[in-house]
Ligand binder design. Structure first.
Ligand SMILES: Cc1ncc(COP(=O)(O)O)c(C=O)c1O
Length: 438
């Protein structure tokens, strides 16, 4: 019997049991859905995915963001299919990756050049290395609640339950050497005065300030990113925007375009590669100079190599995705879809008596249940009712919305008006169910 047929006949329960047995933690990383609503996905088309149990979902997780064009977009499928028989990886230059580099430089305000990487984690990790190499300073600053992937410098003060002892913070993961904490300063997002004073106090030893300009679901207050820009420029510190979520999502030119602040360096991933694995650092040529083995003494070189860095399949997918995204009206429509969802979910939740907020941007937002209508910092967000968020999320999953409870809603350019209508009906029914359960 063919493998495909055997899989068809295997029940979802059996596959989930296999996941438990063969995958560390029963899943693919940190996040697993509660057992009652856990699923194995068989296929995805546009804004919908279907589980092996035959249940259809409207997808608001979109692979954690990359599937901005929806699943199996014909332009991406065609570009990848055309490259597949011509070779899948070369390590050497190929036309697709050069075109993608050119596209990034056209689109990203801070970019004169790019360096490709395999994942977002690598991109933020290398951005800090480049900054240290450039400045000769050892330390980096990140903002409390900022998510930059899984490397040892990123996992400090990412999800603290209590305020950090700024600029000291606790590691998020075990297995990180405490000595790394000496070189990672953490400051509270949106607390402009405090952040600026910490940067000024540590300027002589600070190589980089790494920030998600839209920090998870928190928007930057007017003036916050500008203040970071100003103080880092004055002290010769490399300002890095992590645009792995916001890049090509909240605007063609990402957060730099939307918020009008241009960093020295930015990291891109997710939507940039049309749902395929690839990420990048983008910045001014002088900032990326430490990577240039032709012009830099070997002793001053910053290493950022990777076997799949210029992968032609991912680059072909990225180019096809960017072609679609660059068409007129795409972002207006995406924002309209997200705005309708946000407004509808908030109205529905409040109708049922829940203090519901859809925080963030229209193209990516998070639903939180909390009285404070204007959370500014990671600590403000800690007041949200996580148990309620989980119960509501489980009700959504049961009714056919694919979401990661208490995380984000990612909107695609192919979510239709009918999808939104159905989504809002499901959200309403889920609120009713949570309320009835008391
Ligand atoms: C803002 C941000 N930066 C970096 C990363 C890490 O990217 P990757 O999962 O590709 O390593 C993520 C992943 O979700 C992210 O959201």
């Amino acid at each position: 019997m063919a493998i495909a047929e055997r899989t068809e006949q295997t029940t979802q329960g059996e596959l989930l049991a296999k996941a438990d047995r063969f995958l560390a933690g029963g899943g693919l990383g940190l996040f697993t859905l509660p057992p009652d609503v856990n699923l194995v996905i068989r296929e995805g088309h546009g804004s919908h995915v279907t589980s092996v149990a035959g249940k259809e979902y409207i997808d608001y997780h979109l692979g954690s963001g990359p599937a901005l064009l929806g699943h199996g977009h014909p332009a991406v499928t065609e570009a990848v299919s055309a490259q597949l028989p011509k070779g899948t990886t070369f390590y050497f230059l190929n036309e697709h990756v050069l075109r993608l580099a050119e596209r990034l430089v056209e689109a990203v305000p801070c970019a004169e050049q790019v360096q490709f990487t395999g994942s977002g984690t690598e991109a933020t990790f290398f951005s800090l290395r480049v900054a240290r190499s450039l400045t000769g300073r050892p330390k980096v600053m990140k903002l409390e609640g900022g998510w930059h992937g899984m490397h040892d410098y990123a996992l400090w003060g990412t999800v603290p339950a209590r305020p950090s002892d700024y600029p000291r913070a606790q590691p998020d993961s075990t297995g990180i050497p405490p000595s790394i904490g000496e070189d990672v300063l953490v400051a509270p997002f949106n607390e402009t005065e405090l952040v600026v004073s910490l940067i000024e106090r540590h300027a002589h030893e600070l190589a980089a300030v790494l920030v998600e300009p839209l920090q998870r679901v928190l928007k930057p207050e007017p003036g916050f990113l500008e203040a970071l820009r100003d103080v880092t420029r004055r002290h010769g510190i490399v300002l890095v925007f992590d645009e792995i979520v916001t890049g090509f999502r909240i605007a063609w030119g990402g957060a730099q375009e939307r918020y009008g602040v241009v960093p020295d360096l930015a990291t891109y991933g997710k939507a940039m590669a049309g749902g395929f694995p690839m990420a990048a650092l983008a910045g001014r040529a002088e900032v990326l100079a430490p990577l240039d083995a032709r012009r830099t003494e070997r002793t001053n070189l910053a290493w950022a190599s990777g076997t799949l860095n210029g992968n032609p399949i991912s680059a072909a997918a990225g180019n096809a995705a960017l072609d679609v995204l660059s068409q007129p009206g795409v972002y207006e429509r995406l924002q309209r879809t997200g705005a309708r969802l946000r407004r509808g979910i908030e109205e529905s939740g409040r109708r049922h008596g829940f203090p519901t907020q859809a925080l963030g941007e229209d193209a990516v937002f998070g639903v939180r249940f909390m009285e404070n209508e204007a959370p500014r910092t990671w600590m403000d967000l800690q007041a949200h009712d996580k148990a309620l968020g989980l119960r509501w999320g489980v009700e959504l999953l049961e009714r056919g919305l694919l979401v990661n409870p208490n995380e984000k809603f990612y909107v695609s350019i192919v979510h239709s008006d009918e999808d939104v209508d159905r989504t809002l009906e499901i959200c309403d029914a889920a609120f009713r169910a949570v309320k009835a359960a008391g």
